[in-house]
Design a binder for this molecule. Structure first.
Ligand code: ATP
Length: 350
């Protein structure tokens, strides 16, 4: 089912946890809500679930206004970061819980519930685990069961709040790939909260970037990464350098006059050039603009140079795609550069 959010606001004292948020999620989409701590991700998910009432605005499931409905009436599936399985129930009983606790006229019979539990155990690849108790499962297995339990009621939407947040990095990566495959099988409309940009980019059909209760950008992972709509999104998604300069009649100027780049659509005044470390090309000729090498960092998979422009206090980084017999530049020397992909934004007013 599709989901529409219209002008949703929620305040706590003088904090706007959600500030007039509009969002459309198509049926079958997997959408990540991404943003730093306190940006409003969990609040948005909880308002959609019916766990929190908004101050104003509407939540629509299909054409139906669900704003005033309870969690149960909305029939949503919810998975929390911390395993919320019932300890005293077996895995199978946990999965069956949502169906068993339905009012009698909507409750499937025992055989149907047992069949559904088997199907779900198979779907989350834990067929042998129905008789176990939650304490006999690993963290990753518990979250797969929590997901099976959320899916059991055939929810209108599936809402996941950092479901892998408490797991270690390797298990997280395995589980997010597993979740993507599962989503392809079920086609369930899903909203997924994360503060991990890699998780969002790898998993989601579309990513919603939140900041201070507002949507900064909505787009496919590619759009968000390649065409960030603001300095905030550029900085938040992946590694970014910000170089100080000015825009003057459609030209960005920095480093005295040495660095000049077209900036047609940026208003005149203080501005910043945003460029990722791997989007800076080293020029072996004495063309382009030049920067001083401040430090050389060897990493497992790359070499990163720390560079500085004339007159700028803050160094920036360049990833050097080094060949085995390349000679690394010396500290204090200068190298020629060319940004291959970049964005220029007016400097934030403080
Ligand atoms: N019950 C509450 N009482 C007061 N303020 C709250 C409450 N819940 C959330 N807030 C505030 O609302 C804002 C949004 O919080 P929310 O939990 O939605 O952010 P988040 O993006 O999910 O953050 P995190 O990644 O840390 O979970 C924050 O400033 C938070 O302090």
């Amino acid at each position: 089912m599709d989901l529409k959010i219209r002008q949703l606001s929620k305040h706590y004292a003088n904090v706007a946890a959600l500030d007039a948020v509009d969002l459309d999620v198509a049926s079958g989409e997997l959408v990540a809500l991404l943003g730093p701590s306190g940006s409003g991700k969990t609040t948005l998910l909880r308002v959609i679930a019916g766990l929190l009432s908004p101050d104003s605005g509407r939540v629509l499931f299909g054409e139906d206004d669900a704003t005033r409905l309870s969690l149960r009436e909305r029939n949503v599936g919810f998975v929390f970061q911390h395993y919320a399985l019932f300890k005293h129930m077996t895995v199978a009983e946990n999965i069956a819980f949502g169906l068993r606790s339905r009012p009698r006229r909507r409750r499937p019979d025992k055989t149907t519930i047992a069949r559904r539990v088997e199907e779900l155990l198979k779907l989350v690849q834990l067929q042998e685990f129905g008789g176990r108790y939650p304490e006999q499962l690993s963290g990753g297995q518990k979250q797969r069961i929590a997901l099976a339990r959320a899916l059991a009621i055939d929810p209108t939407v599936l809402l996941l709040d950092e479901p892998f947040g408490a797991l270690d990095a390797k298990v997280r990566v395995e589980l997010r790939r597993w979740l993507r495959r599962l989503h392809e099988q079920t086609g369930q409309t899903t909203l997924f909260v994360t503060h991990d940009q890699e998780e969002a980019l790898e998993l989601a059909d579309r990513v919603v970037v939140l900041k201070d209760g507002r949507i900064e950008q909505v787009g496919t992972p590619d759009e968000i990464y390649r065409e960030p709509a603001s300095a905030f999104v550029f900085d938040f998604i992946g590694r970014a350098n910000a170089l100080e300069g000015r825009v003057d009649s459609g030209t960005f100027v920095a480093d005295g006059q040495a660095l000049r780049l077209p900036a047609e659509h940026v208003v005149d005044g203080a501005a910043q050039l945003y460029v990722r470390p791997h989007d800076l090309a080293v020029l072996h000729a004495e063309t382009g603009w030049s920067a001083e090498v401040v430090a050389v960092h060897r990493r497992a998979d790359r070499i990163t140079l720390e560079l500085r422009l004339h007159g700028q206090a803050k160094p920036f980084e360049l990833d050097w795609p080094i060949a085995p017999d390349d000679v690394l530049p010396e500290i204090g020397s200068r190298i020629g550069l060319e940004p291959q992909r970049y964005r220029i934004f007016p400097a934030a007013r403080t």
